[in-house]
Write a protein of this length. Structure first.
Length: 281
């Protein structure tokens, strides 16, 4: 069985490889990794070219990550090869895939036949390194010319493996108030995350800090939700947290019913008080 994995994010490649530990795996990426048997190393990113290139390899299984670009490539490959596609797979065993449904309220198990295209959610896994054969791939000229690159900010934390997370929502009030949440996260030795409104919509935090069904799915020992209402897509991303503490002015917010501990009050004042108490210990 020929397995081809594509992603710009090595963690997605590792996740995909973990499902096929005894198979010959071909990786396609612009990043170097030693977890595949063959690495087809791209000199640039061109979704149309990559989709056609992967299709030309005539794979039995195509796996990508769940980023926007990964899914664009996955959909294009499925169309070119006329393969079925299953997205956002959280677990895979033989010909059965599991994915979250109903905004995190359930998990569906899908039985499928090969060939197939899959997009997988990121998992924190350890994969053995291999002596990867490198194949240099020169991409064709794009129809769109790159004129400038703007960084959206360096990712400084892996939320999927963080043990303590302080997460902010729209209820924090303003972008300027984020510093109080950052100070609390630093005092606790934790990471800072956010809900979809403050990442994807308002841009108060980089999108890689988004927690929820369409962002990072986390499982910390302690999750502190500051000013987060708790919509289904966010709750789906924190359902594996050991302890959830909700700080919200609205006692009727959905997060309150799903928290282990609730503080009805101002999130900023909570941060100031807790930061001081933690620092004194």
């Amino acid at each position: 069985m020929k397995i081809v994995i594509y992603s710009e994010d090595i963690d997605y490649i590792k996740t995909a490889v973990s499902y096929f530990p005894n198979e010959h795996v071909i990786g396609v990426s612009n990043k170097t990794t030693k977890v595949v048997d063959e690495l087809h190393l791209l000199d640039d990113i061109n979704e149309e070219f990559i989709a056609n290139y992967i299709a030309s390899l005539k794979p039995d299984v195509v796996i990508t990550g769940s980023t926007k670009r990964d899914k664009t490539v996955a959909g294009a490959v499925a169309g070119l090869l006329r393969y079925p596609i299953i997205t956002d797979v959280i677990d895979l065993s033989n010909n059965k895939a599991k994915r979250v449904v109903y905004s995190g309220m359930g998990i569906a198990e899908i039985e499928f036949s090969y060939p197939v295209v899959l997009t997988v959610s990121k998992k924190n896994v350890e994969v053995k390194e291999k002596e990867s054969k490198i194949v240099q791939v020169k991409t064709e000229m794009k129809r769109v010319r790159r004129v400038e690159i703007k960084s959206k900010g360096e990712s400084t934390v892996d939320l999927s493996s963080a043990q303590i997370i302080v997460s902010i929502g729209r209820g924090i009030g303003s972008k300027e108030n984020i510093k109080y949440a950052e100070e609390l996260a630093k005092a606790l030795g934790g990471a800072l995350g956010g809900s979809r409104p403050v990442t994807a919509e308002l841009g108060w935090l980089p999108e890689d800090r988004q927690i929820g069904l369409s962002g990072n799915k986390v499982k910390p020992k302690l999750y502190i939700a500051l000013g987060i209402s708790g919509q289904p897509q966010h709750l789906a991303g924190i359902k594996d947290a050991k302890i959830i503490v909700a700080v919200n002015k609205d006692k009727s917010a959905p997060i309150v019913e799903n928290a282990d501990y609730t503080i009805i009050g101002d999130a900023i004042e909570f941060c100031k008080v807790m930061t001081e108490k933690v620092k004194k210990k």
